[in-house]
Design a protein around this ligand. Structure first.
Ligand code: SAM
Length: 213
């Protein structure tokens, strides 16, 4: 586990800073079963041993850490978030789990990776934090850092509905699955799978980047 010290980048996205409170919230929303929730999210991406994975807007790193478990020692996992507090907590969690996951402060509008670096990019509950223009930039950047034929998994709230705590938490934002499909299609991706993501009206979209760039 390492944390690269990089300068904070400007973003029009809504950046979260209360990292511990975020984990408590997820624990409450998942009724104490966050690990199972993250395992099922990672499964939607159909991760294989040895793959290289990037989690954008990784928050406190739970999904990136689960991805590392699934790709194994030969796989490589990185996570970026605009929030230094989220990155700090993610790095501590990976260290505690003794897993080598590289967390770094960065923005999705300008990913600090070379073209074609990753087999898979994950983005969960992050897209609704971005205004429309930044969503387009984000998806273009995801395509750039994916190898040809690589996969992207995007998960978000579909209609911003739900019950109880979930409703109060995410009433501020959602991105409908059909909008995600359009966004990905406009960037040249081929959507391959879509479905409910296991909590409230959350849905996932899986897509493949073109074989030729
Ligand atoms: C609701 S959290 C989701 C975190 C994590 N993916 C999860 O599934 O729990 C959204 C995250 O996106 C981050 N974020 C917002 N705008 C961003 C940007 N432009 N670049 C990178 N991260 C951003 C926030 O700081 C926050 O950690």
């Amino acid at each position: 586990m390492t944390t690269d010290a990089t300068p904070a980048f400007m973003t029009t996205g809504r950046v979260l800073h209360r990292a511990t409170a975020y984990d408590v919230l997820v624990w409450l929303l998942t009724h104490g079963r966050e690990s199972a929730f993250r395992r099922s999210l990672a499964r939607f991406a159909q991760l294989s041993t040895g793959e290289s994975v990037l989690d954008v807007g990784c928050g406190t790193g739970s999904l990136a850490i689960e991805a590392k478990r699934q790709v194994g020692p030969g796989g490589r996992v990185a996570g970026i978030d605009a929030s230094p507090e989220m990155i700090g907590r993610a790095a501590s969690k990976a260290a505690k789990a003794r897993l080598d996951v590289r967390f770094q402060q960065a923005v999705v509008e300008a990913l600090p990776f070379d073209d074609g670096t990753f087999d898979v990019v994950l983005s969960t509950l992050m897209l609704h934090h971005l205004p429309r223009i930044a969503r387009t930039q984000c998806v273009r950047e995801i395509r750039r850092v994916l190898r040809p034929g690589g996969r992207v998994l995007i998960v978000d709230f579909d209609r911003g509905q739900g019950h109880g705590l979930l409703r109060r938490v995410h009433r501020h934002g959602h991105v409908a699955a059909r909008e995600i499909v359009t966004l990905l299609g406009d960037a040249g991706f081929q959507p391959t799978d879509e479905g409910p993501a296991g909590m409230g009206d959350m849905r996932y979209v899986l897509a493949t980047s073109p074989l030729e760039s």
